[in-house]
Design a protein around this ligand. Structure first.
Ligand code: ZN
Length: 264
C-alpha cells in the first residue's frame, strides 16, 4: 500500500495538463498522492485553480495569489478577486506571493507592493500564506517578519536556499516546502545536507509540477513534464537525507499539510 501523501504545490492549471488531467490525477492517486493543492499565481490562474478545486471536492484545493513574475499586473481587482476566492472552502491559502529577483520579470517596486498587499490579505482574512522567494532573501525577510505574528502560518514553498537562509526561515517559524530540486545532482545536493535540520512539524513536500522533474528517477520518464505522480520520489530522497523511513516522512508531511491548510 502506498503512503497517503499531499502535494502542496502543483500547477495543474498549466496548459500542459489541459488534455489529460483526469489521467494525471488517477496516476497520482495510484501512488498515494490523494490530495493536492493547486497553485494560483495570476488573476486568471486563480479563477482556474479555484474552479478546478471545486470540481474535485476533498481531493483538490487551491491557493489564490499573484506570483512576483506577474506583480506588475497586480491591481485592485486582483486584490478583490483573491479576497473573494478565499471565501470558498476549496481555497486554502494566499499565494503564491513573494519576491523573485532572479528573473525580475516584474520591476522590484511592483513586486514589493504586490507582496505587501497579499500579506495584508493574509492578515485580514487570517489565512496562511504560500511564499515564493528567489534571490531576494534579505528584502523578503524584512517585509515578512513584522507581519508574521498576525498571519497564522506561512510556508517557504520550493525552498532552494542555503543553510543560513534555512536558519532564518526556521527562526521565523516558517514551514519549508521541498520539491524535486533536492533530487538535482547539479544544483540541489546542498539541500540533502540541510533538509535534516527542518523539524518534523515544519516539513512539507511538493512537486511544483509541471516543473522540476526529479532527476533521480530511474528509468527517466519519456516526457519532461513533471506530475504529482512523482511526489513519492521527492519523499524517497528527503527520507534518505533525513535518516528517516519513507513511512515516517509521509506521515509527518501529510499531517503537516492537513494542519497547515486546515484540510480536515
Ligand atoms: Zn514558486
Amino acid at each position: 500500500m502506498p503512503y497517503p501523501l499531499i502535494d502542496i504545490g502543483a500547477n495543474l492549471t498549466h496548459d500542459s495538463f489541459a488534455e489529460d488531467l483526469p489521467e494525471v490525477l488517477a496516476r497520482a492517486e495510484a501512488v498515494g498522492v490523494e490530495r493536492l493543492v493547486v497553485t494560483g499565481s495570476s488573476d486568471q490562474g486563480n479563477i482556474d485553480a479555484a474552479e478546478l478545486a471545486d470540481a474535485y471536492p476533498g481531493r483538490l484545493y487551491a491557493t489564490a495569489g499573484v506570483h512576483p513574475h506577474h506583480a506588475a499586473d497586480y491591481t485592485d481587482a486582483s486584490d478583490e478577486l483573491i479576497r473573494s476566492l478565499l471565501l470558498r472552502k476549496s481555497v486554502v491559502a494566499v499565494g503564491e506571493c513573494g519576491l523573485d529577483y532572479f528573473r525580475n520579470f516584474s520591476p522590484r517596486d511592483a513586486q514589493i507592493e504586490a507582496f505587501r498587499s497579499q500579506l495584508d490579505i493574509a492578515v485580514d482574512t487570517k489565512m496562511p500564506v504560500f511564499l515564493h522567494q528567489r534571490d531576494a532573501h534579505e528584502e523578503f525577510v524584512k517585509i515578512l517578519e513584522p507581519l508574521l505574528a498576525k498571519i497564522p502560518r506561512a510556508v517557504a514553498h520550493c525552498f532552494t536556499g542555503d543553510g543560513a537562509a534555512l536558519d532564518d526561515y526556521l527562526k521565523l517559524d516558517l514551514y519549508i516546502g521541498i520539491t524535486g530540486w533536492i533530487c538535482d545532482e547539479r544544483r540541489g545536493l546542498h539541500l540533502q545536507e540541510i533538509v535534516g535540520e527542518i523539524p518534523d512539524d515544519r516539513l512539507l513536500i511538493e512537486t511544483d509540477a509541471p516543473y522540476l522533474m526529479p532527476r533521480t528517477l530511474n528509468p527517466k520518464p519519456d516526457s519532461r513534464r513533471n506530475e504529482p505522480h512523482y511526489l513519492p520520489e521527492v519523499l524517497r530522497i528527503v527520507a534518505a537525507a533525513r535518516g528517516q523511513s519513507e513511512e515516517q516522512v509521509a506521515a509527518i508531511t501529510t499531517a503537516n499539510a492537513i494542519r497547515f491548510f486546515e484540510l480536515g
